[in-house]
Write a protein that binds this ligand. Structure first.
Ligand code: SF4
Length: 283
């Protein structure tokens, strides 16, 4: 049986992107290839908040007790090795059983599954076919991978997506919600912007781009990235979403970000988890 190291598994409302407002189960896998320490910081600076929390990692026994950080990656505990003790390695059977327990009807109805991270397309691709073909997962109709857009789909996973899953299920939809990391994240352009990989996702599911930005300059940088993605064959929609895991920061730039999106004929994505749930862990 396959195993996945699971950071969080919870039921909430999807706050971002195409499925905003849809009741969703979130499976957050452990591990990421980035750190994104730049979010919420002046250009070129990095968050020391996460590092300060990580120094005391052993004091935290569960996700609920972890502090929220206002700068850097807001899901830091899903990849920082200091917090790996909070993320159990679970069999696909036990993940399915926990999902059934948290669904209001104890089975899939109109809910949607989000596989997120960290970066969910790292090694865990090998476990998804077994997870998603479990008998109790059959009624699931809509699935999103939330990814940073740097990980190729493996040959085996592509074959499975293409041959086995779609064709068995009748109505079924897989979405790749790609959040490419601009310089505001602190990651390097050459590591983060991978047009061929996004073109590959586009072949296997509905794919859209969702850029987290704070300024007009960030929006211009997104434009540059989008032109490379388009050249590689990407055809889907583009969203801009305000930076800010805490309400004070998010409120500051939401309207400007909406204007930048409108100016380009792009879509605006809210982050409903911030006003609704204060971006707490488990939301
Ligand atoms: S890619 Fe996402 S999960 Fe990974 S460090 Fe950046 S914001 Fe956090």
């Amino acid at each position: 049986m396959q195993h996945i190291k699971v950071s969080e598994l919870f039921y909430s409302i999807q706050g971002e992107g195409r499925y905003m407002g849809v009741p969703s189960v979130f499976l957050r896998t452990f591990g990421c290839n980035f750190e994104c320490n730049g979010f919420g910081m002046a250009k070129g600076e990095t968050s020391l908040e996460r590092v300060a929390v990580a120094i005391n990692a052993e004091n935290y026994k569960d996700y609920k007790s972890l502090p929220l950080v206002s700068t850097g990656c807001d899901s830091y505990a899903s990849w920082d090795p200091a917090f790996k003790h909070l993320s159990p390695v679970l069999t696909t059977d036990s993940i399915v059983s926990s999902i059934m327990d948290m669904l209001p009807g104890k089975r899939w109805q109109d809910e949607h599954l989000v596989i997120t991270g960290g970066e969910p397309l790292l090694g865990w691709q090998r476990a998804y076919p077994e997870l998603l073909t479990h008998e109790k997962m059959k009624p699931l109709k809509e699935l999103t991978f939330e990814t940073n857009g740097t990980q190729e789909l493996t040959k085996e996973f592509r074959r499975w997506l293409h041959n086995d899953w779609h064709h068995d299920k009748g109505y079924f939809s897989v979405t790749f919600s790609v959040s490419p990391k601009l310089s505001i994240s602190g990651e390097k352009w050459e590591d983060a912007i991978k047009p061929d990989i996004i073109a590959q996702y586009d072949e296997y599911g509905f794919t859209y781009l969702k850029f987290v930005i704070a300024t007009k300059e960030d929006a211009e940088e997104a434009e540059e990235a989008v032109s490379l993605y388009r050249k590689a064959g990407f055809n889907g929609p583009v969203y801009l979403m305000p930076c800010g895991g805490v309400e004070s920061l998010y409120n500051l730039n939401a309207r400007n970000v909406a204007t930048e999106a409108m100016n380009r004929g792009w879509r605006y994505s809210d982050r409903l988890q911030v006003p609704l749930f204060k971006n707490e862990w488990g939301t």
